[in-house]
Design a protein around this ligand. Structure first.
Ligand SMILES: Nc1ncnc2c1ncn2[C@@H]1O[C@H](COP(=O)(O)OP(=O)(O)OP(=O)(O)O)[C@@H](O)[C@H]1O
Ligand SMILES: [Mg+2]
Length: 286
């Protein structure tokens, strides 16, 4: 795959010296987040701890509903927590007010939402440059062009989100998160709607952003192949980080996820051998 980042003049110079010295980019301790109250309450985070070093690529994995998106929102200061602390570098995010958190996000983070969160009234191009427009900054035309072309959005720039496919909307959301060249990129299943080719291009792009720019990447994914681009995989279940896999391979990740699934749902086929449609499954005809 072409290295798309280190060919841009001047970009390599912006790599923080901290990237090689294991500075902490994100530190989360004892995060608790409950949605709802009473019998309907859901503890989405239940004492999650996590440390992410500057200039590393971390994949967050875990079963659906394990709290991955809630964790990402908490790390990026998008949500108020019940308990726990998040530090971004030396900044205690949990101690900041709404406005300060907004400024922190604007100046230092890029966030790809699982549900894209594009503004329906704006074109693709306007959505991409929105973070810069809000900050009163102008887009670097070379960088914008590189993002647009890499993500294959050139011929869709004048269209609104409702006129784009799911994968195209996702690529617009990714471009919007990267346009400011943020210190930390939080990406919640950024390849979830992409075909293989666009998925690969995006993953290589994120890998290069980490290696060449010293950017810190935190990515949620269900895909072991995608997670294998990361330096480590953090496994979440029931709102807690339960383990980490360093220098992960796709097969090691797949094996571990399968094991996790078996641990969580033991003996899923009690009448193995009775065959599909025999009436032993949980899906009833009716
Ligand atoms: N706004 C909300 N209101 C009520 N419950 C919520 C809300 N957001 C999340 N939850 C619940 O919190 C738990 C964790 O949700 P979260 O979205 O963080 O899971 P996830 O690991 O990202 O799942 P997925 O892989 O399906 O995206 C789930 O049980 C979910 O139903
Ligand atoms: Mg999610």
């Amino acid at each position: 795959m072409t290295n798309l980042l280190n060919t841009t003049p001047g970009i390599a110079d912006t790599r923080p010296a901290a990237a090689s010295t294991k500075t902490v980019a994100v530190r989360a301790r004892g995060l608790v987040k409950t949605y709802g109250s009473g019998p309907a309450a859901v503890k989405a985070l239940d004492g999650a701890d996590l440390v992410i070093h500057t200039g590393t690529f971390t994949a967050i994995m875990g079963p659906s509903g394990s709290g991955k998106s809630t964790l990402m929102h908490a790390l990026a200061g998008l949500d108020v927590l019940d308990a726990g602390q998040v530090h971004i570098g030396d900044t205690d995010v949990t101690g900041l007010g709404e406005r300060q958190r907004t400024l922190l996000r604007r100046d230092r983070f890029g966030f790809v939402f699982q549900s894209f969160n594009l503004l329906p009234a704006l074109t693709a191009q306007e959505n991409i440059t929105l973070p810069l427009d809000l900050a009163g900054r102008r887009a670097d035309p070379d960088w914008l062009a590189r993002l647009v072309d890499t993500l294959g959005l050139r011929d869709r720039l004048g269209h609104r989100p409702s006129e784009l496919s799911g994968g195209q909307q996702q690529r617009v959301a990714v471009a919007r998160a990267l346009v400011t060249r943020p210190e930390i990129v939080f990406a919640d299943e950024p390849t979830g709607n992409l075909d293989t080719r666009h998925g690969q291009v995006l993953l290589s792009f994120l890998r290069d952003a980490c290696d060449d720019l010293g950017q810190t990447i935190v990515m949620v994914t269900h895909d072991p192949l995608a997670a294998a681009h990361a330096d480590r995989v953090v496994l979440l279940t029931d709102g807690r980080v339960i383990e980490e896999i360093t220098d992960p391979t796709a097969s090691a990740i797949a094996d571990r996820m399968l094991q996790l699934d078996t641990d969580q749902h033991p003996n899923p086929h009690p009448r193995a051998g009775s065959g599909f449609g025999s009436g032993s499954g949980s899906i009833q005809e009716g």
